[in-house]
Ligand binder design. Sequence first.
Ligand code: PGA
Length: 261
Amino acid sequence: MSNQRNVLLAANWKQNQLWDECEAFKTQLKKLCPQYWEAGFEPEVELLICPAFPYIGIIGNLLDDAEIYIGGQDVSRFGGGAYTGDVSAKMLSDSGCDYCIVGHSERRNLFGDTDAEIAVKLGQLRAEEIVPILCVGESLEQREADEAVSFTTGQLDQQKVELGKLKAGEFVVAYEPIWAIGTGKSATEADAQEMASAIRKWLVAELGKQYAAETQILYGGSVKPGNISWYVSQPDIDGVLVGGASLNAASFAQLAKACGM
Ligand code: PGA
């Protein structure tokens, strides 16, 4: 956490949460975090929910009067037209999204998203002024081979041109070691801080000090109420991207409280 950057608590709901679960989540969250529904509330801990595509509008309606952001989990490489199954950046924007996750390791590994395609997606999001949350992070083999930092900053190298077209503060980087996602094996705070610091150094070297000062860097991978404070207390970590522990409103509210809500 730093004084300069707000904390971002981002929920990645993946392929989870049906309509009644969305409604129950909202009802409970409003009880636990009522200040996000108060007029004029300016949160220092920013809350973001990224539901599956069909629920973006539903969550948007449910949280209409709350100071909580909505985001997509992915975006089409194409602007619109005959691309069955895809959802464009314009559609995300039109549905109320301010953010969009891009380059998540599940997209890279299960659906074959390449660095070149991720760069195109960043361009699509930029055109609609949607803030990308670019996910990077190494596999267990790469960590064991002592290649975690070089691999992860190498993923950033691949997006340098597109990131450089955005202004400082217009994108977020999420460090998500693949071996920690959904496995219950979270990174140590020292490993997470080491990587966040390497990412910030990369920002200084490749895009300049302003970018390094304003970019929120998140940690993601088995974050829970019991370990979140390890991460958000690190100087270069400005929040978390949470899957499993974000599905339940009580757990999400605990995460928000631990961030200093
Ligand atoms: P997890 O997922 O919190 O369930 O490990 C994190 C993510 O994939 O963003």
